[in-house]
Design a protein around this ligand. Structure first.
Ligand code: ADP
Ligand code: MG
Length: 413
């Protein structure tokens, strides 16, 4: 059988008639190249658009109370189902044999964690059968079937994960992720309009950027593709530009880079965080244990964790602020909570062992009068917490410091 290519189209890519023209063009190109396209779609548009995920959430929130998580998933899954039907009809009108599938019908099996379910496996038979019959399957992303047959959803960015899991399960030769930007860029182009499009980047670096906030592709999708060794292309829907190829780095990966290579590949950021600083009381040796135990029980995920005998610090999503404060007060901690902070990260597999990267980060922010509230680092990133109001300036300062701007593509290995 000819090679399967999984093509995933995000919310804006399927939102309008004009956008769906581009979608059809990319599917027809895959057919013309001799591939068998398998299409995965997100819900149409963004908040305010009638069938966008956020619009559906607003609809139920307007009723008040706390909707059942099971019901909420049933509602949210509708957005992608609508997209599949509209797109498959569009394809049929062009003379193609398209078939719409829900996630469950496509064999996407998840755990029962409603709202943030994990894909356990994909049963590929039905989609493989459709492809063998010459059809173009159009599959609803972001959703699956739980252990008892319930409809589940995968959380933000879930369609990327659906597409990656399907690509691996179907033995696809390529996963194409179509979106509203030219590819994976050196920073979010909404903040850094001069960000360059990366021509090629490793799974690890993109996963790192995605974990640190670059929402162009979901980190879990990158990890699934990496494990399954399916190359990924992140491409614009609107044009035929080649986008970014995500794959293993070839012979250079893991080896030391030459001095000419950049230590930093890109700048990522996440907004809307809260920072918590705690001063343990005299003789209170179990403060960290008690604190992280309570936060864990409340299912509050924390980040940028720092623990020393006289200081505990961490950050969390902004919306968790009130719950965290409740726990801190109940437990009698001496704390400060600072809301409206953001994490800005310099990312690059090449920074490991390169002296002076931290110096450049701190001086670039200092030169722009941006206070650093906290830092963390790993072998492939340095993250700084800054006031939310300065997030754009911080991204631009680091982007400039590491000379990432450019209209030409940058080749990375
Ligand atoms: P889709 O609906 O297609 O999944 P998303 O909104 O989830 O699209 O992701 C695309 C957005 O990701 C872009 O509009 C861009 O603002 C944002 N983004 C953040 N960081 C980056 C980056 N490093 N490169 C490209 N886009 C980025
Ligand atoms: Mg997305």
């Amino acid at each position: 059988m000819r090679e399967i290519v999984v093509q995933k189209f995000g919310g804006t890519s399927v939102a309008t008639l004009a956008a769906r023209e581009h979608v059809v063009r990319h599917i027809e190109r895959a057919l013309a190249e001799g591939s068998r396209p398998v299409v995965v779609v997100s819900a149409m548009g963004r908040r305010g658009d009638p069938y966008a995920t956020d619009t559906l959430i607003d609809l139920i929130e307007a009723v008040g109370g706390h909707p059942e998580r099971r019901d909420l998933d049933l509602l949210l899954a509708c957005g992608e189902v609508i997209s599949t039907v509209v797109l498959s009809q569009t394809l049929r009108e062009r003379g193609h044999n398209a078939l719409a599938f829900t996630g469950a019908q496509a064999g996407v099996v998840t755990d029962d964690n409603h709202g943030n379910a994990r894909i356990l496996r994909v049963e590929p038979e039905r989609i493989l059968g459709a492809v063998a019959d010459g059809a173009i399957p159009v599959i609803a992303g972001f959703q699956g079937r739980g252990p008892s047959g319930e409809t589940t959803t995968l959380g933000r960015g879930g369609s990327d994960t659906t597409a990656a899991a399907l690509a691996v399960a179907l033995g696809a030769s390529l996963l194409e992720v179509f979106t509203d930007v030219e590819g994976v860029k050196t920073a979010d182009p909404r903040l850094a309009p001069d960000a360059a499009t990366l021509e090629q980047v490793t799974y690890r670096e993109v996963a790192e950027m995605a974990h640190l906030g670059a929402k162009v592709i979901h980190p879990r999708a990158v990890e699934i593709a990496m494990i399954g060794q399916v190359p990924v292309k992140v491409r614009p829907t609107e044009s035929d530009a080649p986008g970014t190829l995500v794959c293993d780095g070839g012979p250079q990966e893991g080896l030391e880079r030459s001095a000419a290579d950049k230590a930093v590949t890109g700048i990522a950021h996440v907004s809307d965080r809260v920072q918590v600083l705690i001063t343990p009381k005299e003789g209170e040796d179990d403060a960290a244990v008690r604190l992280f135990d309570r936060l864990g029980q409340a299912l509050i995920s924390v980040d940028m964790i720092y623990v020393s005998p006289d200081r505990i610090a961490f950050i969390a999503e902004g919306k968790e602020g009130p719950r965290i404060e409740g726990i801190l007060q109940y437990e009698g901690f001496d704390y400060q909570l600072r809301s409206e902070v953001a994490k800005v990260s310099a990312v690059g597999a090449g920074m490991h062992g390169v002296p002076g990267v931290m110096a450049r980060v701190t001086s670039a922010l200092a030169d722009t009068d941006i206070p650093i509230l906290q830092t963390t680092d790993s072998h492939a990133n340095i993250s700084c917490l800054v006031p939310e109001a300065r997030v754009r300036d911080a991204v631009l300062a680091l982007h400039q410091e590491f000379e990432l701007a450019g209209t030409a593509s940058v080749k990375m290995t």
